[in-house]
Design a protein around this ligand. Sequence first.
Ligand code: MLT
Ligand code: MN
Ligand code: ZN
Length: 299
Amino acid sequence: MHVVILGSSAGGGLPQWNCRCPICSLARAEPGRVRPRTQSSIAVSADGESWLLVNASPDIRQQFNDTPALHPREGLRHSPMKAVLLTNGDVDHVAGLLTLRESQPYTLYATGGILGSVGDNRVFDVMAAGIVRRTAIRLDDPFEPVPGLSVTLFAVPGKVPLWLEEEAVELGAESETTVGAMIEAGGRRLAYIPGCARVTDGLKARIEGVDALLFDGTVLHDDDMIRAGVGTKTGWRMGHVPMRGEGGSIDALADVALGRRIFVHINNTNPVLVEESPERADVEAAGWTVAHDGLSLSL
Ligand code: MLT
Ligand code: MN
Ligand code: ZN
């Protein structure tokens, strides 16, 4: 299985267009100390020919241009990307669908709930009916989006997308709105979970033994955004489990047998983004990799 992390940052990217926090400022001034990163997306293939895009970020155009495996290969119009899968309806995971128009056939997969949010918004009709097929996937029901790749979606604790929030928001609900993807090829398994509010026993059992886990690395501590002075929301309020602190993912997953442990969907306020920082050293000492754009895995 070939895996390319196209974008390792959370919504906003790094640097975020309007942000002068220390980490965004470093990404502009000293990219050797903080690597700039694009928004959350990966590409996966069993054969290196047909690719599944998991989440379509607002930076998709740059990500495709930066990834030769995704360049057109034949005729005048072509893409090795044959299918797109969404793990939630967040802007950083769906806005790129607006770029994937231009009469290119592919299939869009998501749970009925996520597909419904996309379908309710007419701007997404730029993915023309008859060219882009939309297929609803049931949880725990394996499907084959591209040859040789088997994918199973499962619910993880989360919440509705920010743009669909009403006055009362249910936090940590396990439903179709936030899912993880178990991706299998040739006996190898990848678990991709870019958004997750809490590590549960069910989740641990689900991912036990995978060859690689790509997991929600939005915040280091629940109050990262508050510490950085850029907001009032906790990780929990945003649907993201912290790496460290109470309920932190590093400790919660420490006793689960996993191949590689890689943080993705990293918010620009997370101190682990700073190379050679004590925070980066701490998560690496715990066995985790902090993803950067273009990081590839062969499983
Ligand atoms: C998130 O991951 O929490 C969302 O991407 C936030 C957002 O939609 O801006
Ligand atoms: Mn996000
Ligand atoms: Zn910032």
